[in-house]
Design a protein around this ligand. Structure first.
Ligand code: FAD
Ligand code: SF4
Length: 443
């Protein structure tokens, strides 16, 4: 909305000066490169004169967050957008259906089995880069899309996560403005990351076109405040996310699971039912899921992740993961036209194939529910044997993704029911209730 005359006259001097400065800078920089029409300038005046949104004082890093123990440290509360936390926080106000409608023009069709699981989409494919990016989590499709968008001038900045100098797993969100800065953010930092803590910088910088890379809880809060950011265009590139941890939890996971926790540079829970670790010296290590010390690891995952039902990042324009693709490939979900535009930028750099689905997950999920609940851990020889058998006959492609979603949603449903029963009804989205409803759960 533009300023009304009255609002303009009443606005403090500093706001008026900042507005005029931003407006001048924007028009001046665009005018140098393009010969735009009068209507473009009028549109610009309209878009730059966003009425000042409401702000509140950001919380100190040590202060307790409004979502209390369920906080995923998404970063919103580190900014003045904390003003919107009651509506925006994924753990205070679950609103995936409403935000799907705003973002994709409709919520998912619950009667369509693929949409029930994977959310609103117009296409799904498996892909991998013909020339993978060295050191990326998989083949680097996420970093490649971000670099193309920046190089082609579609965006002025990219919100992504580098790590601190001292600790390779300590996330450090940034707004990247060069391909080098995007590349330095490649590979997962497998810990809760306050990506939205950079939101104030966007408004201050006067940036109008932005790409945000993030996981589901970050993206839900982002979508809820999207209109307040004063952007012309927001692109959202999401990854699926599950079982995240804080830094101390990560250390415990590595120490409990890997033969050499201090040299791990990268790990992933893969479609072959094993955790794959990569070490500094280039060697790899695999540990079967069924050999994980579940009794020791039960409290390692963050409470936010134990109560999350947005594994597939429902509100991103484009999602890049791996779990619905054959081993070694990445899984891509195009949710809307914006997502298609983003994927098209790198299509000529990719090998692609249609998604496939094989096997039947249901019995394996049903059997794993009480086993996980009781913290059963198999001896390593039995876990390895089971891993080999299940790799041969177990679910593949989209059926593996459904296996993973079912296992996590049933576990998380039990967690919320036992620890936050008052939240159960509103916090669990309808699609997740239907998925969980297929299984018999312990009390
Ligand atoms: P790269 O080119 O290496 O880029 C990775 C991008 O991830 C970077 O841009 C970086 O900014 C961003 N990033 C890194 N750490 C974080 C973080 N903590 N929070 C937000 N953004 C971050 N896929 C699945 O299919 N199933 C899963 O269960 C699954 N779990 C995941 C859990 C986490 C915490 C994360 C971050 C991702 C997860 N993914 C999962 C996605 C998958 O592991 C890859 O990130 C994705 O396939 C992209 O690979 P890439 O090689 O294209 O990424
Ligand atoms: Fe704030 Fe994000 Fe934590 Fe919710 S999850 S309380 S929005 S920092």
């Amino acid at each position: 909305m533009p300023f009304t005359r009255r609002e303009w006259l009443q606005a403090p001097g500093c706001i008026r000066i900042q507005f005029l400065f931003n407006f001048y800078r924007e028009v001046h920089s665009q005018w140098r490169y393009c010969n735009k029409s009068d209507s473009w300038i009028k549109q610009k005046i309209y878009m730059t004169s966003v009425s000042p949104h409401k702000k509140a004082k950001a919380l100190k890093p040590t202060s307790r967050r409004p979502a209390k123990e369920l906080c995923s440290e998404c970063g919103l509360c580190d900014t003045y957008y904390i003003h919107y936390v009651k509506e925006a926080c994924a753990f205070i106000n679950q609103q995936i259906g409403e935000l799907e409608e705003e973002t994709h023009t409709r919520s998912r069709h619950l009667e369509n089995p693929d949409e029930l699981y994977f959310g609103v989409h117009q296409d799904m494919i498996a892909a991998r880069k013909q020339q993978p990016i060295e050191g990326a989590q998989w083949t680097g499709i996420v970093s490649s899309i971000a670099i193309e968008m920046l190089n082609r001038g579609l965006v002025e900045g990219v919100v992504c996560v580098q790590n601190t100098k001292e600790d390779r797993f300590q996330p450090m969100p940034i707004i990247a403005r060069t391909p080098e800065e995007i590349l330095a953010a490649r590979v997962n930092k497998p810990t809760l990351s306050p990506n939205l803590s950079v939101l104030e910088q966007i408004e201050k910088s006067g940036m109008k076109r932005l790409l945000v890379i993030g996981v589901g809880c970050q993206i839900q809060a982002l979508r809820a405040v999207e209109k307040q950011l004063g952007l012309e265009k927001l692109y959202v590139l999401g990854t699926p996310c599950v079982d995240n941890v804080n830094r101390a939890g990560l250390q415990k996971f590595l120490e409990t699971t890997s033969r050499s926790p201090d040299t791990v540079v990268h790990y992933e829970f893969m479609q072959d039912f094993r955790v794959h670790f990569k070490h500094e010296d280039g060697s790899s290590e695999t540990v079967p899921f069924f050999g994980l010390k579940t009794n020791q690891l039960k409290d390692v995952f963050a409470p936010s992740c134990m109560s999350c039902f947005d594994y597939v990042n429902s509100l991103a324009d484009l999602v890049v993961g791996y779990m619905g693709a054959p081993f070694g490939w990445q899984w891509i979900v195009v949710r809307n036209d914006t997502g298609k535009e983003m994927l098209d930028l790198v299509k000529d750099q990719l090998d692609t194939q249609p998604v496939m689905s094989k096997g039947n997950r249901k019995e394996a999920v049903q059997q794993s529910i009480p086993a996980y609940d009781k913290g059963v851990t198999l001896p390593m020889w039995a876990a390895k044997l089971m891993g080999v058998v299940i790799e041969k006959i177990g679910p593949k492609g989209l059926e593996y993704a459904r296996f993973s979603i079912d296992s996590h949603f049933t576990r998380n449903y039990l967690y919320v029911k036992r620890n936050h029963p008052e939240k159960l009804e509103a916090h669990v989205p309808e699609f997740a209730k239907r998925i969980v409803g297929q299984y018999k759960l312990p009390e």
